[in-house]
Design a protein around this ligand. Sequence first.
Ligand code: HEM
Length: 389
Amino acid sequence: MRSYEKIWEYIDKKLHISDIPLKGMPKYALNLTYWTGGLLAAAFIYQALTGMLLLLYYQPGATLTNPNDPTSALAYSSTMFIMTKVLFGNIILTSHQYMAYAMIFLIYVHFFRNYFLGVYKKPRGLAWSVGILMAIITILLGYTGYFLPYTEISVDATNVGVNIAGQVPIIGNLLASLLIGNGTMAERFSRFLDYHVIILPTLLILLLGLHMYLFEKNEAAPPLKLKSEMKKIKWFPTYFIYTIAITLLLWGLILVISGIFPLSLLPVYGSGIPITPMPEWYLMPEYKFLDFQGITPLIEIIAISLLILFLIFLPFLDRSESRDPKDRPIFVAIGSTNLSLLILLTAWGYEQPAILIPVPEWVSIIFIIILFNFGFTYFMYKRYRSEEL
Ligand code: HEM
């Protein structure tokens, strides 16, 4: 027996890992495209671990320890302390932020992969709808975390979100007060921190449990072209090692990037330095959309709510049997249009933040995008269909 096998045997004897009743997966799942969700879970665990370390030093609140110095505000000065005085503090904080970006980016990858491959179809509809809720929670985690360092841009940008929430008909006031309580900074800190470290992570863990349970029950969706059943590989040790490997790869990558590009703290809230209150990249499309002439916060909220409802109920809307993208041209075109708009609005937001776009300009650009995506999908559909005949 080789030495690493002996080590495995020892670990397994102590921890009974191979007795864990995970089903194991077919061989086709030993491929990175089947691990976008696994990478997401690894990112989430990293966030929980580094978040706990940051909590040891972070102090919420806007109270000034020196009345003449805005940088002495508790939240800001404790963040500065983490970045400059705590051993490995900067790399932990930087990597916490970069991993948040990675997690949101991976959500898009996982989402679009499952969308275009029709993985939301029977029997995975519930896993899909639960996933949409998890995506919303992850974005809210990013949004609430953004506020915590109490920089000018983080407070101003989160205010934009609070104002938008306040404009929802009927429940606007309730939503805004859910976010910021009575509006004082003390209350705002208390709420945002509670959401960021307790409420949203707990919800995410519960939903992740359900998501994983459903995945275990239904197994990984097979490749579109799979002709016959594939032999199953046991969960332990192959998939176990694969899980550890991709986890360490992701963590290592983010740590290296954090070491090369460490963050520095932006000016404190109240410093008087004029800034454009821009959100982080993952909320840029929603931000830029508001620059379109005629689009009010209310219209934006209605559009986002409709999109969320469409995504949650997608398994009921796309009822055809086939998962193959070439059999579902309408849904493929809707997906690619949304992906194009997402990329366009993000780039546009950075290029021209808070600059009004006149109606003829934005209407014609959106029209071209829709036309191109639907036209191209239709062309591909025709081409592949005729090849098949
Ligand atoms: C924090 C967010 C999320 C986490 C941690 C997560 C985690 C996972 C994991 C670990 C898997 C198992 C296999 C794989 O890696 O694909 C999985 C599968 C799946 N997820 Fe997610 N997920 C998240 C969000 C989402 C979202 C936003 C959607 C889409 C709406 C989604 C839909 C699905 C579906 C349909 C499967 C089954 C995939 C298959 O059978 O191949 N998940 N997820």
